[in-house]
Design a protein around this ligand. Structure first.
Ligand code: PLP
Length: 354
């Protein structure tokens, strides 16, 4: 039986993507070679890279607006420092909404002054800070749109006249936004896009080239842009699989279509969390993430019963992150509504038992 995979990432991908990716691993485009043994400079793979980059821009509505898409390596974690390397001349602002923002902030401190414009650390990051002020003279402002571990999500983004940088690792392609309000977006592939191994960076070209330091080639966005994201050997399998997922999303109707499904999944689970006395949500209601729902049992003595029930139902990956405890159900784009239905049924059964 295929599991209901609520894992936080790497995570579920569309079934048809698995099928197409495994076909290509056996025989890429009828070449008699595997996708993972062809040259990345071959015509067929160069086309894959181009298509993946174009699809990313198309789905985000950023075609023809001065942006470039890159598929890099090193995970979103490398972007924490690449962003600062390329953009931080004197000082930058960071909104600290969780573990990943804190890590981004720590790396940026190696390159200049970092101002924490707001933080929700005082309540273990269960909310998004509001009403914070953004000081003048920043080189950029860095945000994390979705906090994978704590289950919070930014619903509104500040209007600023400096470059806006956003780590969208765990909610890119999941909801409609005016993506042109951002100047640099980055996201590890392993949630809404593909397997681990590549990171999508979408950057507005005109914000680059403004820092005075020398940048090592591999860490320089301009170098990667000038080489069409092929400065060094790309993660061919991860890029190909990301391209398939982006194609799947486009055929489904794009971000608008998936957003509707994501809303239904989130509503179904959160209404169960709110109505069922056996459970309580972790994140403040107004800041709840549609991708990662965090919740606890109101009585920890019920843990063994609940754990046995969800495992029996074929559910995988809902243990909470160690810094939060409890449970976390990740409902990325490829997770079917039916899987959420199975989880909600198990939770209702707990209420009957409890
Ligand atoms: N940013 C966010 C929001 C994440 O959820 C994660 C990983 O889960 C990361 C950054 C780090 O990503 P990577 O493991 O690709 O470096």
């Amino acid at each position: 039986m295929k599991k209901h995979n609520f894992s936080a990432g790497p995570c579920i991908l569309p079934q048809e993507v698995f099928l197409k990716a495994s076909e290509a691993v056996m025989d890429f485009n009828g070449s008699g070679l595997s996708l993972i043994e062809v040259s990345h400079r071959s015509k067929d793979f160069v086309e894959v890279m181009e298509k993946a980059r174009n699809l990313a821009l198309e789905l985000l509505g950023l075609e023809g607006k001065g942006y470039k898409a890159l598929f890099l390596q090193g995970g979103a974690s490398l972007e924490f420092l690449m962003v600062a390397y390329n953009l931080l001349e004197t000082k930058a602002g960071y909104l600290n909404t969780g573990t990943w923002s804190s890590k981004a902030l720590k790396e940026a401190r190696l390159f200049g002054e970092v101002i924490e414009v707001g933080s929700s650390k005082d309540e273990n990051f269960n909310y998004i800070p509001k009403g914070y002020t953004i000081p003048n003279g920043l080189d950029y402002l860095h945000l994390t749109s979705n906090n994978t571990i704590f289950g919070t999500q930014l619903k509104k983004f500040p209007k600023v006249d400096i470059p806006l940088v956003c780590d969208m690792s765990s909610d890119i392609f999941s909801r409609q936004l005016d993506f042109s309000q951002f100047d640099l977006i980055y996201a590890g592939a392993q949630k809404n896009m593909g397997p681990a191994g590549t990171t999508l960076v979408v950057v507005k070209e005109d914000i680059l080239g403004k820092v005075s330091r020398e940048i090592p080639s591999m860490l320089d966005y301009k170098v990667h842009i000038s080489k069409d994201s092929m400065f060094n050997t790309p993660a061919v399998f991860a890029v190909y699989t990301s391209m398939l997922t982006l194609e799947w999303l486009k055929n489904l109707g794009g971000i608008a279509a998936i957003e509707e499904i994501n809303e239904k999944k989130a509503q179904l689970l959160y209404s169960e969390i709110d109505l069922n006395p056996v459970f309580e949500g972790f994140a403040k209601k107004e800041d709840r993430s549609n991708m990662n729902a965090t919740f606890n049992l109101t009585d920890s003595k019920l843990k063994d019963t609940f754990d046995a029930l969800w495992k029996e139902a074929g559910i995988n990956g809902i243990n909470g992150h160690r810094s939060v405890g409890g449970y976390r159900a990740s409902m990325y784009n490829a997770l079917p509504l039916e899987s959420v239905g199975v989880l909600v049924d198990v939770m209702s059964e707990m209420e009957r038992k409890g």
